[in-house]
Design a protein around this ligand. Structure first.
Ligand code: 6PG
Length: 469
């Protein structure tokens, strides 16, 4: 009898997922391409190292790998997104038969996933774009899994994906079919966008505590650890505590790390999708652009020398006020993320199950948090415009002074706070029933006859004025 599940690509994530699958009793065929000049027989060597893989078989020849699988084949791709994924699919296609299922577990762009799905479907094959979150540790002990594609294909692989996924607090798998086409990878991309802003907000809080309030990394770790025990708790905050406490020979390891943040593209895709769908996802965008700004490190050093400014008299509130500011900014970030999901759901007719998505994001993934537990209930009762949920409207009202005070103090003290500021501006813009966008409309009409509508009749006929006469 053939092996029940195949996995291609034994990088860090592929290896962890393979061990996770094996620990759940699945018999596996594993494939890793042999790159001339590099280590040989990666798959067989890997199998030898882990007792849970004793039933698995390893291959370097794709045909042999596919022949070792039972039909319909179920094959998980864990290769680099982009050209590498297409190259594997090109090689795999002639070896597959009608009804076989290919899952792409990489961080693929949702439009690529859609294209690949159509290509495989034309040959009677199934393709599932499967978002996987949780990093190396999550892949091994239970990631959040976001499969998208046909429901029939999902039914064939569901037992495997559910078995390896993390569990929510009720014991249910953090894995759900999120929709057709590229929905799985879109959902993973939004996850990453929210992740970027969550990371940036923690970094901004760290900056304020260290440079604004003069705390040491150890003291900041204590503050974050205390926050992490309450409603502000999150996986990312927890790892930040560990990071802040890590020492090097000279002091804190953090102080040795070059302060230019990189990215692998998903934040850019999320930003582009927000622009494409008309969703003001300002926090993820600011978080991405902050990484870009950080990469101008030579210029930053020069600017620091040439524009030295005295910020002596800036007064910060207390740590509790910073915590309240971060909590509110995080709510805005998640609100924007769910808005992005909702917009894609209606544009692409995916019917994304937002409550299920919030549920599978409560564990296993990088953005798991106490807040996500709360949102899971709120999305169910109120839809994606989370800031209008009655509890959140009260929360905004209560926490706005802290966000305003913290952000203003940080900017006045010369500390860039792009995500805090974006959250504050977004809230103020949403709370302004009399915005200056009438002037923008008038300008558009002035130079381009783009027309405008009247306040007294917002859905009524378009108006045009000859402004120069
Ligand atoms: C996850 C992560 C992961 C992502 C990294 C790197 O959910 O496990 O989102 O998929 O690749 O976080 O992202 P950047 O290199 O773009 O920061």
């Amino acid at each position: 009898m053939g092996k029940s599940f195949g996995l291609i690509g034994l990088g860090v994530m592929g290896k962890s997922l393979a061990r996770n699958l094996a620990r759940h009793g699945f018999d596996l065929a594993l494939f890793n391409r042999h790159v001339p000049g590099q280590e040989e027989d990666v798959a067989r060597d890997f199998i030898r190292h882990f007792p849970e893989l004793s039933q698995a078989s390893g291959f370097e020849v794709l045909r042999d790998f596919v022949q070792d699988l039972e039909r319909p084949c179920k094959i998980f791709l864990m290769v680099n997104a982009g050209a590498a994924t297409d190259a594997v699919i090109d090689e795999l296609l002639p070896l597959l038969q009608t009804g076989d299922v290919v899952m792409d577990g990489g961080n693929a762009h949702y439009a690529d996933t859609q294209r690949r799905m159509e290509r495989l479907q034309a040959q009677g094959l199934h393709f599932l774009g499967t978002g996987v979150s949780g990093g190396e540790a999550g892949a091994l002990s239970g990631p959040a899994v976001m499969p998208g594609g046909s429901a029939d294909a999902y039914a064939l692989v569901r037992p495997f994906l559910e078995a390896i996924a993390a569990r929510d607090k009720d014991g249910n798998p953090c894995c759900a079919h999120v929709g057709a086409g590229g929905a799985g990878h879109f959902v993973k991309m939004v996850h990453n966008g929210v992740e970027y802003a969550e990371m940036q907000l923690i970094a901004e809080a760290y900056h304020i505590l260290r440079r604004g309030m003069g705390m040491s990394p150890d003291e900041i770790a204590d503050v974050f650890a205390a926050w992490n025990a309450g409603p502000e708790g999150s996986y990312l905050l927890g790892i930040s505590v560990d990071i802040l406490r890590k020492k090097s020979l000279q002091g804190w390891l953090l102080d040795d790390i070059h302060d230019a943040a990189s990215n692998k593209g998903t934040g850019g895709w999320a930003t582009a999708a927000a622009a494409e769908l008309g969703v003001p996802a300002t926090l993820l965008t600011e978080a991405l652009f902050s990484r870009f700004t950080s990469s101008f490190w030579k210029e930053r050093h020069e600017m620091t020398q040439k524009t030295d400014e005295n910020h002596e008299n800036m007064v910060f509130g207390d740590v509790a006020s910073l915590q309240a500011a971060c909590q509110l900014a995080r709510l805005v970030n998640h609100h924007q993320g769910f808005q992005l999901l909702a917009a894609a759901s209606s544009r692409y007719a995916w019917d994304l199950p937002l409550t299920e998505i919030a549920r599978i994001w409560t564990n296993g993934c990088i953005i798991r948090s106490a807040l996500m537990e709360q949102l899971r209930k709120q999305v169910g009762s109120h839809g994606s415009f989370l800031l209008l949920h009655p509890e959140n409207a009260v929360f905004v009202q209560q926490h706005l002074p802290a966000l305003t005070q913290t952000t203003c103090a940080a900017l006045a003290a010369g500390l860039a706070s792009p995500c805090l500021a974006a959250a504050l501006s977004h809230l103020h813009a949403l709370r302004d029933a009399d915005s200056p966008m009438n002037l923008v409309q008038a300008q558009r009409d002035y130079f381009g006859a783009h027309t405008y509508r009247l306040k007294t009749d917002p859905t009524g006929p378009a108006q045009h004025t000859n402004w120069e006469r």
